[in-house]
Design a protein around this ligand. Structure first.
Ligand SMILES: [Zn+2]
Length: 66
């Protein structure tokens, strides 16, 4: 069973056609796919750290520079 949940990135601008709010984002296995619904521009990216930490919602430690 494959669940493809696309969502649009609010405020995102396509790097190719520079249209606003046309970028759809969804997950595919280990990566995220970003597609512009206007020009068809595709972009793949591996798991972003911000996404990975969100599932845990756990603060492991405080990072404090001197
Ligand atoms: Zn585009």
């Amino acid at each position: 069973m494959t669940i493809m949940r696309k969502r649009f990135i609010a405020g995102a601008i396509c790097p190719q056609c520079h249209a606003l709010d046309t970028l759809a984002l969804w997950r595919e296995e280990q990566k995220e796919v970003v597609e512009c619904v206007r020009c068809g521009h595709h972009q793949y990216q591996l798991d972003t750290p911000s996404k990975a930490t969100r599932s845990g919602e756990h603060v492991i430690g405080m990072f404090r520079p001197h």
